[in-house]
Design a protein around this ligand. Structure first.
Ligand SMILES: Nc1ncnc2c1ncn2[C@@H]1O[C@H](COP(=O)(O)OP(=O)(O)OP(=O)(O)O)[C@@H](O)[C@H]1O
Length: 296
């Protein structure tokens, strides 16, 4: 039995429209399923925790964006129940990173005919993320995007990436880089003037920005991108290069790999995981190797 978790508000209603099409196909092809609709934030996590107690669960399938997938991951983690995804949000970076088709029919084919793959998952104080955790500028941009009205507008016309860019420009006007201390696998890095630290299990965030091009989901390591020592103008000029992952050639960008990080900063900095705010510094982030089964 396939269990579907549908977030009707994802992608400004696109998830619900996609579900109606998926349901028709499931009925036509006589595939047994059950469906739940989320009613509030974090409801998906509660639903998934109940479903994983049942027998004969073929997969729990999130129909929504990265926020919905994030909540499903936080309920399914610690079990061997496979996660399925029909991407229907504005960003869909988890699907993009795993090569799950963004077309819902192709994604359903992959779900029904594919094999489960085991991937790593990031852990920030017992909240799990699948794509990227961003600290500093990124945390502020995620917070601003999620509160904005323009996110709804752009995701309804499938241009979710634009809303992240508008938020990034807004945050840029006021943001002050910070001196931080980063401990990566017991090695200390004292970093002045840090704009952002992105800790990636998969390459993409912000609707297709290639922040950590060489992040691999099953190598037991994060790829970490640190942006520092730049004026606002230099940072602004670097931003478009992230679309293709070319920012990594800049002398202001450091790319590292590691399993465990500790981030210390005099002012608390917001942290997002999969685009959802999940805490602030100081914090520890660690990779959980081979922790999630995904149909992809
Ligand atoms: N019934 C509901 N009403 C309002 N919000 C909900 C409801 N159900 C879930 N949510 C919340 O909706 C938020 C956004 O969902 P999601 O991220 O899937 O869509 P999106 O923002 O369009 O896509 P993306 O994250 O890929 O940009 C999540 O934080 C989730 O907690």
């Amino acid at each position: 039995m396939y269990y579907f978790i549908v977030n009707k508000v994802s992608g400004s209603g696109r998830a619900y429209r996609i579900w109606n099409q998926i349901e028709k196909r499931l009925n036509k092809e006589c595939i047994p399923y059950s469906v739940f609709f989320t009613e509030r934030q974090k409801h998906a996590t509660e639903l998934v925790k109940e479903i994983t107690k049942k027998d004969n669960v073929s997969a729990i399938v999130a129909i929504g964006g990265d926020g919905t997938v994030h909540e499903v991951i936080n309920g399914i983690i610690g079990t061997t129940t496979p996660l399925g995804i029909i991407p229907a949000g504005s960003g869909n970076d988890f699907s993009r990173g795993l090569g799950i088709p963004l077309d819902y029919n192709l994604a359903l084919n992959r779900l029904l005919n594919g094999e489960p793959k085991i991937i790593d998952i990031g852990n920030v104080n017992s909240t799990y993320f699948g794509t990227v955790a961003g600290i500093g500028f990124d945390g502020k941009v995620a917070d601003t995007t999620n509160r904005s009205k323009h996110k709804k507008l752009f995701s309804s016309v499938r241009l979710g990436k634009i809303s992240y860019i508008i938020s990034a420009l807004n945050v840029l006007l006021r943001y002050k880089p910070q001196d931080i201390t980063l401990k990566i696998d017991n090695e200390l890095h004292h970093l002045p003037g840090v704009w952002l630290v992105a800790v990636a299990n998969l390459p993409f965030y912000g609707g297709g920005l290639v922040i950590c091009p060489k992040a691999v989901s099953n190598d037991g390591l994060f790829e970490i991108c640190i942006a520092q020592n730049m004026t606002k103008l230099q940072f602004l000029r670097l931003l478009p290069t992230v679309f293709k992952g070319n920012h990594t050639h800049s002398p202001s960008i450091t790319i590292l790999k590691g399993k465990e990080l500790e981030i210390i900063c005099s002012d608390p900095l917001l942290i997002h995981g999969d685009g959802e705010i999940i805490g602030q510094t100081p914090t520890k982030i660690r990779i959980e190797h081979s922790a999630l089964h995904v149909m992809s």
